[in-house]
Design a protein around this ligand. Structure first.
Ligand SMILES: Cc1cc2nc3c(=O)[nH]c(=O)nc-3n(C[C@H](O)[C@H](O)[C@H](O)COP(=O)(O)OP(=O)(O)OC[C@H]3O[C@@H](n4cnc5c(N)ncnc54)[C@H](O)[C@@H]3O)c2cc1C
Length: 519
């Protein structure tokens, strides 16, 4: 697109599944500007998310409902789960129709914590890519939708408690304000809060921080899902090794090459996420290795079947000289999914008038205290569409005029001091607010984060905005985790290892400058 407009009807921040699905819904009601901080993938590049799986539109949703509730550990919002599953068939059917000409082959397989095969695969293991491709093509075919890549949102603008626009930095770092009637946040996850993550480098928790600064409540931030098996090799990205590998029979072995999952759960390698993660963390701790990890082992499986079922994983690891049919794979857990986020109702509405959120950045309570694998993409589709519909139907005031681009300042050279500060936040979160937490550790994290605040004031460059967003979101997360004095789902405290249903069978919620409440 040629330059950014000074005003539009709707701004959607994020061009992932949730943002694009919402934009498609909104296109019938006015001009939609979709912002993305980086490029929109061109599908020629193999990216980690292309390994993603998808859910079936099975007619009997009761088993899927039960699996979701079990994963959520008592905290799922039942109405949200029912809505997710009831609206899924329609969302999936329309998606398949939009991507019909792609000749996608769809098959169903079993994924961890699902009691029956309901995960849709396309052409080997690239279903995520096919889904995204269908959404991109559909949104690009609608004339009211414009997509602005490399446009970084720095603030949600409000007047008298109501959203009136967004502030952005364009590709060249030029600040501009875009006026609009309503904003949808669809900024994805927060994985970069942690030293080890499967998330892309863009997952710097911008959405949570933007919303919180605009006065929105955030909820359930303490529930961060760690993926058990990310590739662990020096100077290699934490490549995501799908749950499917264990679901199809891969073993976990410790440093001494012993299988260990049987000691922790009767389902062994197929146990729920959080249990597997903690079992691995424990095995790493007791190994006393200086640089501990465990192994994922497929060598007992038929080589041809492994190559056929996991062609992309096979090829990707071959590039690092690991033949998964013959070699064990070094792995470690990594931050994977932010269960909490900006608190919304089931139409994506936040407590700030004109501000909506959908997808991973939002907290509807649909995942409870832990997400069932594969429900995230479905969440983006279903709640993205719902938020789009709600925005379309809301009472709108005419957008006021936005500002012309202001004097440019550069995106800035790499600032070593800033990178060090980001590294400190990531280490603090990994060590003190990570897989296994304690009161003392989290108190230390909150204090250290509070002390850092002056160094992150008045950001000007994109990277400094990202650092400030990581910082604010870390603080909200650490305070929420400290306040939940029990263990539940993805939140595990060594000092309070059990549930406390009486006090904590509730959702945490916090605003900037406020204290955590349980509601
Ligand atoms: C490796 C990996 C594998 C996964 N596999 C599965 C799976 O098999 N099944 C499943 O259901 N889920 C899976 N997930 C989770 C799922 O992919 C995500 O939860 C989902 O894609 C999130 O979608 P979203 O639309 O909310 O955000 P995203 O797809 O993350 O999109 C976020 C968008 O927001 C933009 N953005 C962010 N900040 C700003 C800003 N400040 N200004 C402008 N734009 C901004 C980004 O550029 C991007 O366009 C996986 C996740 C990962 C990391």
């Amino acid at each position: 697109m040629k330059g950014l407009p000074a005003e539009t009807d709707f701004v959607v921040i994020g061009a992932g599944v949730a943002g694009l699905r919402a934009a498609i819904e909104l296109a019938a009601a006015g001009r939609v500007l979709v912002l993305a901080k980086k490029e929109i993938p061109n599908f020629k590049v193999a990216d980690a998310k292309s390994e993603a799986a998808w859910l079936s539109d099975e007619e009997d949703v009761s088993l899927h409902l039960q699996d979701t509730l079990d994963s959520g550990d008592g905290l799922c919002n039942l109405a949200a789960v029912k809505m997710l599953l009831e609206e899924a068939p329609e969302r999936i059917d329309e998606l398949i129709a939009w991507g019909k000409h792609h000749e996608t082959k769809l098959t169903f397989g079993l994924e961890n914590a699902h009691s029956k095969g309901r995960v849709l695969h396309a052409q080997g293991d690239s279903a995520g890519k096919e889904i995204f491709k269908a959404l991109c093509e559909k949104s690009q075919s609608l004339k009211h939708i414009s997509i602005a890549p490399f446009t970084f949102t720095t603030a949600i603008v409000t007047e008298d408690g109501r959203v009136t626009g967004v502030s952005v930095l364009d590709e060249k770092g030029v600040p501009q304000e875009i006026a609009c009637s309503a904003v949808l946040l669809a900024t994805g996850g927060c994985g970069q809060l942690y030293r080890n993550t499967t998330n892309p480098e863009t997952a710097t928790a911008d959405g949570v921080a933007l919303a919180a600064r605009a006065g929105a409540e955030v909820s359930d931030m303490e529930f961060v899902q760690f993926h058990p098996t990310a590739l662990y090799m020096k100077k290699v990205p934490r490549f995501f090794l799908s749950e499917d590998l264990r679901a199809e029979g891969a073993y976990l072995r410790n440093f001494e090459l012993d299988r260990f999952m049987g000691k922790y759960h009767p389902l062994g390698e197929r146990a729920p996420h959080d249990l597997v993660v903690r079992a691995i963390a424990h095995e790493m701790e007791v190994s006393r290795a200086k640089d501990p990890f465990v192994y994922l082992d497929l060598t007992h499986m038929r080589a041809s079947a492994v190559q056929k079922r996991f062609p992309r994983i096979y090829a990707a690891l071959m590039a690092h000289n690991i033949d998964i049919t013959e070699d064990v794979i070094p792995v470690r857990p990594a931050a994977h999914h932010c269960v909490g986020g900006v608190r919304t109702d089931l139409d994506g509405k936040t407590n700030v008038a004109g501000l909506y959120a959908a997808g991973e950045v939002a907290a509807t309570g649909v995942h409870g205290a832990n997400r069932l694998p594969s429900n995230a993409l479905l969440e983006g589709l279903v709640f993205g569409a719902r938020a789009g519909r709600a925005m379309r139907e809301m009472d709108r005031t005419a957008p006021r005029t936005g500002s012309a681009p202001q004097a440019a300042y550069s995106n800035g050279p790499v600032d070593a001091g800033l990178e060090e500060l980001i590294g400190q936040i990531q280490d603090l979160m990994w060590n003190e607010v990570g897989i296994v937490r304690t009161r003392m550790g989290m108190q230390k994290a909150v204090k250290a984060l509070e002390d850092m605040a002056p160094k992150l004031a008045q950001p000007k460059t994109r990277r400094k905005h990202e650092a400030a967003n990581l910082h604010l979101t870390s603080l909200l997360l650490a305070k929420s985790a400290l306040a939940r004095e029990e263990s539940r789902g993805a939140h595990y405290r060594m000092d309070c290892p059990d549930h406390d249903d009486k006090k904590f069978l509730k959702h945490s919620t916090i605003k900037v400058g406020g204290t955590v409440r349980f509601v």
